[in-house]
Write a protein that binds this ligand. Structure first.
Ligand SMILES: Cc1cc2nc3c(=O)[nH]c(=O)nc-3n(C[C@H](O)[C@H](O)[C@H](O)COP(=O)(O)OP(=O)(O)OC[C@H]3O[C@@H](n4cnc5c(N)ncnc54)[C@H](O)[C@@H]3O)c2cc1C
Length: 476
């Protein structure tokens, strides 16, 4: 009997080290499928920046599949219906996919698997997107049943004890052909592309797809990994890998990163050794984020720390939220970050922490509002990492920053962007200001301030708003 396997691709848009593909390709015919189902992601439909990325990533995957003798079949509509139709038209007898772990998807996957198996199909699901599945690593409580970790260092120690997987499947040269007569939609009909201006901005910064991911990783390893501990804090330079959107869409997997960095880890000494360890630990934070979201499925909306449920957020914040989104708060480092986000779909991690702290603490706007904006504008928008990041900064998450830690954007700027390179790049109005005023233009002499118009004065006083936040947090 001819075996025909349907490979359902989602956030695993690659051919190298793709566990489900490894299983699926051991058949006579292979049907690689992507289904655009706007309802699939429940309360978190992808934002505009994610859609842009997805469009280009699917085009790149199709190109790669064609080089291997296959091609990508696109379906549009409710997942279950589209799958059934493809299974029928392709005479499919086996279905494989890589698991996703977002709360809305876990249940949907379970039901789908049951339904397909009940109709006589062989169904295989795998892990390709994490080093450890969220239930793999649990606290070994001798007296109670296992419990999820809430502290990163303990979680990461347990992961390392297990050993980080670094064996990878190579990219297959040839793939089985696809069955005849299976219909496919055109990529353009998915309606993922934004207006042209945003497209150009994003296109200048990114190359979605497996090849783009590999180029980024290689460049980072060659140029920056050995100084990562230091470089990752400076938003004015390229000190980080910029691999996050590629990881989110599964154009590269974490095992591949651990595998690729191994030679650097083995030969590094001193600070270079510390740097490679730090980088691998950041991949660990991504794992931890998935662990938390899986075990606390409401945490995308509600604070993990229950005491925060009645926190007195401001209610009349409409104008301040818009100023923050548009990068017009009058605080240069915050505005530079928000403008970088809008123009490139990405923001440096240190600046993410600073703009988030400014929103949740100085402006006392609910962190969920910031998380929503990030969700819509980041090309790496990821429910697990975004939730972890926002809850960490707001102080209400697992292993979170203590409530009294309120980033001072002026001091942070003077420490990590002393020459104002980053601020000048994103706020051209401030280009001519001397370094000593670049992070606090409101303190410059009147004659200089006149020259930077229309850059606005600060929308809040940093000291007074810090005191207001501390008072509110103390009430908890
Ligand atoms: C408020 C806030 C929101 C965030 N939202 C997201 C998000 O939606 N998607 C996202 O991928 N990251 C998010 N992060 C985490 C982090 O900022 C980004 O992963 C990082 O900036 C991506 O750049 P990079 O690839 O150059 O990182 P690198 O420094 O090169 O790190 C390598 C990889 O490690 C992982 N990583 C690094 N830091 C973290 C972290 N703190 N938490 C989880 N994983 C991490 C990422 O996958 C990253 O690509 C958020 C952080 C904060 C403070």
């Amino acid at each position: 009997m001819t075996t025909t396997t349907l490979l359902w691709l989602r956030q695993d848009l690659r051919l190298t080290d793709n566990t489900a593909l490894e299983l699926a390709r051991k058949s006579d015919q292979l049907l690689p499928v992507y289904i655009h189902d706007p309802k699939l992601n429940g309360r978190w439909p992808p934002g505009a920046a994610s859609d842009w990325w997805l469009h280009h990533s699917l085009a790149s995957l199709d190109e790669d599949l064609r080089k291997s003798g296959s091609r990508l079949i696109l379906g549009v509509g409710p997942t279950e219906e589209v799958l059934k139709e493809l299974i029928r038209s392709g005479n499919v007898n086996r279905v494989c996919w890589n698991r996703r772990y977002e709360p809305d998807l876990v249940d949907a996957d379970r039901q789908l698997k049951k339904m397909l198996a009940a109709s006589g199909l062989e169904v295989k699901t795998c892990n390709s997107n994490l080093l450890f599945e969220p239930w793999d690593i649990q606290r070994d409580t001798k007296t109670e049943s296992p419990a999820p970790y809430r502290v990163f260092t303990a979680y990461w120690r347990a992961c390392n004890k297990r050993g980080l997987h670094d064996a990878v499947h190579h990219r297959p040269d040839r793939l089985p052909g696809i069955p005849r007569g299976v219909p496919s939609r055109k990529l353009e009909s998915l309606g993922l592309m934004p207006e042209t201006r945003r497209d150009t901005g994003l296109r200048n910064h990114w190359q979605p797809g497996e090849k783009g991911a590999q180029i980024r990783l290689d460049k980072f390893l060659k140029e920056s990994v050995e100084d990562y501990t230091n470089g990752r804090n400076q938003p004015g330079i390229t000190g980080t890998s910029g691999i996050s959107p590629h990881l989110h869409f599964g154009e590269i997997g974490p095992r591949q990163i651990i595998h690729a960095i191994k030679p650097w880890t083995e030969r590094a000494t001193g600070s270079a050794s510390e740097s490679t360890e730090t980088y691998i630990r950041e991949i660990g934070w991504r794992e931890f984020a998935h662990h938390l979201l899986f075990h606390y499925p409401q945490s995308d909306q509600h604070p993990l720390n229950r005491r925060f449920r009645n926190f007195s957020w401001r209610k009349d914040y409409g104008d301040d939220l818009i100023a923050w989104q548009q990068g017009n708060t009058g605080i240069p480092l915050v505005d530079a970050g928000m403008r970088e986000l809008w123009q490139t779909g990405w923001m440096h991690n240190r600046v993410r922490m600073i703009v988030a702290s400014f929103l949740a603490k100085n402006l006392m706007i609910p962190w969920q509002q910031g998380a929503r904006w990030f969700w819509d504008t980041l090309v790496d928008a990821d429910l697990a990492s975004n939730t972890l990041g926002w809850q960490w900064v707001a102080g209400c998450g697992a292993d979170a920053a203590p409530y009294f830690r309120i980033f001072n954007p002026v001091l942070q700027g003077e420490k990590f962007d002393p020459e104002g390179t980053y601020v000048r790049r994103w706020i051209p109005e401030l280009k001519a200001l001397p370094n000593r005023y670049i992070h606090k233009p409101w303190t410059a002499p009147q004659s200089l301030q006149a020259g930077i118009a229309p850059y606005p004065p600060p929308i809040v006083d940093l000291k007074a708003s810090r005191e207001r936040a501390l008072a509110a947090y103390r009430q908890l």
